[in-house]
Design a protein around this ligand. Sequence first.
Ligand code: SF4
Length: 380
Amino acid sequence: MARHLSGTVVPVALSGSAPPLRLPPTASRLKTARIPTVPVVSPRDLLGRPLRNLRVSVTDRCNLRCQYCMPERDYVWLPRQDVLDFEEIGRLVEAFTAVGVDRVRLTGGEPLVRRDLPRLIALLADNPAIGDLAMTTNGVLLEDEAAGLRSAGLHRLTVSLDTMQPDRFLALTRSDAHARVLAGIAAASAAGFPSLKIDAVVMRGVNDDELVPLLEYGRASGAEVRFIEYMDVGGATLWSREKVFSRAEILVRLEGRYGAVEPLREESSAPAERFRLPDGTVFGIIASTTAPFCRACDRSRLTADGLWYLCLYATRGIDLRGPLREGASVEDLAALLRSAWLERADRGAEQRLASPARTPLIAPRELRRDPHLEMHTRGG
Ligand code: SF4
């Protein structure tokens, strides 16, 4: 496959095993130049969508084994030498901000298993083009880290929590860390994040009876709860259509308990639709499975080893680690990002919705062959 870079056709490496991008010789001479901080016009993809949001996975490792994400017994991990160091991540993010990204979310795996993460946050917080710096965590290690994350410059925090029942947490995650997650949320609340959210994946017959307890817990903790439909992404090998508890069902359940739920009218590319209860409590629903929002999707994902995915469902990524380690400048990388984004037509969740016989997306054997297909590798 070929992409145009500054008028020159260059090969682009797709997937980790393909050869890295070869840059034109003139590009490397610009190695030390920096992108000036002037207003950036983001490229529009083939569906007219800008590039605004970047999710950066800092590790593929996780200290939980959630049923909807990592249900298998064994996993193949990224080679350590391939994982980007903080300076490399910072440099790639600089290239992304040079083409219009202004919202960055750190993900994993579980980002807090990466040592010294506040140093990366401080490094990214120094990038003046990033208006919103957020992180999603499972909360297990959060209690000791929350204050440091906040003082390093993290703006917003989202904690995954699918149940208020310790026994159920153990069954769902194969970990007894439920109390530690709650302590982590309390610490995050005390650390004064301007925005604290709790994300709960709802699965029929597993935790769909906990919408109200989760909502009440979020309210008491000062966190906005978002209910997420069970998605058939790579790694969700136990997924079935029957286990999806839909947005419509969530609303019926909550209206039965609280009365009329009012949708909030918001202009946003954020995945969550937001609603208000009669008492003013606001919550969100991310209906990626039954009501996908690809038409407004301005997100892409960077794996811990520097592959760039233009869609959560994409089967191939673009290698940025190769050019970066061969000395590509920020401008070189920005040109590569721009040319690839201009050709983007991904709308994976919408295509999945249209497929008649919907089963798990990728078989375990394929996931072991290419761990980049796993949601925990590309940052969900
Ligand atoms: S499926 Fe792909 S295009 Fe659709 S919202 Fe998710 S990441 Fe965006």
